[in-house]
Design a binder for this molecule. Sequence first.
Ligand code: GLU
Length: 434
Amino acid sequence: MELGTEKVVTRFAPSPTGLMHIGNARTALYSYLWACKNGGKFILRIEDTDRQRLVEGAAEEIIQTLQKLGLRWDEGPVYQSDRLEIYKEYAQQLVEKEFAYEKEGAVWFRVPKDGTTSWTDLVGSKEVVIQNSLHDDFVMLKSDGYPTYNFAVVVDDHLMGVTHTIRGVEFISSAPKHIMIYKAFGWELPKFAHLPLFLGSDKSKLSKRHGAKPASEFLKDGYLPEALLNFIALLSWTPPDGKEIISLEEMEQTFDISKAHLTNPVFDMEKLDWMNGEYIRRMSDEELTKMLQEYLVDHPAKDKIAPLVPLVKERIKKLSDFVPLTNFIFEKPEYEAEVFQKVKLDSLNVQEVLRKIVERLEKMERPWSSEKFEETFRELAKELNLPAGSIFQLIRIAVSGQLVTPPLLESIEILGETQALARVKFVLSSYPNF
Ligand code: GLU
């Protein structure tokens, strides 16, 4: 093959030991993007040879998550457990060449006792040099006939023509073993890229308490696949023009693995929320309605949400925010006296003010226009010597049970004036014992 014409081949090689970690989503994304950028091939390989740590259904979950994220592979999924004969054959070759030996039913790799193993990592163009003497001989093939990760990964990356091995930095300590195996076979090395660990907002290793969760949980919480990918991409890479909002398509054209950052990225949940909100706001009302309807599969009134969408679009950061914000439209609120006590009423009490509100609402000509509504309650505020905001807040809570809602009158329009008035009356008669 001519120099420079070699096709780029990358792979994502998860072990099905649980749900897909959000850090692994970055590995998958970068491997996918680098193949796309070069018109290459992206392989999905399930590394299911550690039978003790195998979790039933995990491979399927990982595959589904990749599909939901929109990361498409060109080859696979290849399951290593289907390839045991291949590993056995290659292990045998190393035994014959005396790079490996058999002991107690297992095949062991014979680590050279002197010299060093080195490579230049693509992340940060960092030269890594390791003394071989630091490594002990290690198992390649276990007595149960399954290969170890270290052996299978090399055989497969080689046979599948992988040119760029992209993975998390937790595997950097295994790379010397891999390189020793490549050398024993006389195979060409792929380029290695070991991506740095995520940190939490307090700069310690990212964990649950920072909001970390499996990739699929983010989707369940109503983060959009494109927003999540955009956010993850930017954790260890900066697009050429420094832009923050970048589509998957644009990333496919501009991504560069050799520009991946060496520093540990901070997984900033607030930034993710902001970014997701941006993606939501950029959608048309129709698109967002459709997306919400798909997301809210079990919502009893999902066919009736369309009029609410323009009201909430600026106010939700993720799809799941829609429900708490709008539930009062679809069902009678659960009232709590403490929420009413948050409204500043000076020396007046909640019932007194509510009584006046009910009087005015009953008298107000229907349909309640926003001018009339404003005028009426500003007047009342003046009369009672209260800030107008307090009156509107009290109406809001009486109608919805909550302090924050989409715009009040527009919400009432959707709820219906009769229903809104009935709720205010109910509160008047039952406060503070709901
Ligand atoms: N199976 C390894 C994992 O669990 C893959 C590491 C690699 O990409 O080499 O992530």
